[in-house]
Design a protein around this ligand. Sequence first.
Ligand SMILES: NC(=O)C1=CN([C@@H]2O[C@H](COP(=O)(O)OP(=O)(O)OC[C@H]3O[C@@H](n4cnc5c(N)ncnc54)[C@H](OP(=O)(O)O)[C@@H]3O)[C@@H](O)[C@H]2O)C=CC1
Ligand SMILES: O=C(O)C1=N[C@H](C(=O)O)C[C@H](O)C1
Length: 233
Amino acid sequence: MNIALLGYGKMGKSIEKIALERDHQIVLKVTSETDTFDLSGADVAIDFSLPSVAVKNIKRALDSNVPIISGTTGWLDDYNEVVTYCEQREGSFLYASNFSLGVNLFFELSKKLSQLMSEFKAYHVTMEEIHHTQKLDAPSGTAISLAEAIIANTDYTNWTLKEAKPKEIHIEAKRIENTPGTHEISYHSDIDTISIKHIAHSRAGFALGALIAAEWISDKKGIFTMKDVLNIG
Ligand SMILES: NC(=O)C1=CN([C@@H]2O[C@H](COP(=O)(O)OP(=O)(O)OC[C@H]3O[C@@H](n4cnc5c(N)ncnc54)[C@H](OP(=O)(O)O)[C@@H]3O)[C@@H](O)[C@H]2O)C=CC1
Ligand SMILES: O=C(O)C1=N[C@H](C(=O)O)C[C@H](O)C1
């Protein structure tokens, strides 16, 4: 497969390594230094760039009729607009806040736990996410996905980085050098705490998941999520 990398930073480079191992070719690498680019030689585009440029990149790929997956976080206020743009062009688009198999299993585990815990009002939920210090957005896209799923399955109404009021989920976003991504969800009562935690040991899981998604979407039309790719949930 001929792959265009829209963003060639920490994730773009991790994806390149695994792509070459899987016999794909990288035909384009776009960075902040790139003035103009041509996607005509690409079978699929993979966007891991910046919150401020992701929407423009995704639209560029859709305009070129190239299937696009995006892992960039922090731009989701524009998600519905991108979906409409994709539908109008009958294109192919997949966004995931986290491409790793482990986190996608963790999403399912958290959903089931939230359904169980919603009956037990003595417990309240909090979340902690830890990432490297270069991360631009907080909370992480993964933490937002986790919180939104809890909200959909319980009486919680919203998440906050500030002190939580009743029915709010407090998310603590910590930044520590060289931390690829850790997410922990805890249900606290006066008597005890129940926690589940996912720790990424490297970026390899995100990169492998992104490539699997790129391979999967390359011959499809529509708007997808990792649930479609992994067939879980
Ligand atoms: N969904 C998931 O599974 C994961 C998502 N992420 C998300 O992916 C994004 C990227 O992460 P990461 O690789 O660590 O970040 P980096 O900062 O390491 O890389 C960002 C890249 O985007 C490039 N860039 C800047 N401007 C543009 C532009 N206009 N068009 C295209 N590329 C541009 C940068 O260029 P330059 O090199 O010149 O600075 C750089 O190469 C973040 O939003 C992060 O949260 C990260 C890991 C997993
Ligand atoms: O910026 C990162 O590094 C990561 N970002 C994603 C997020 O915001 O959830 C996924 C992963 O945790 C790494």
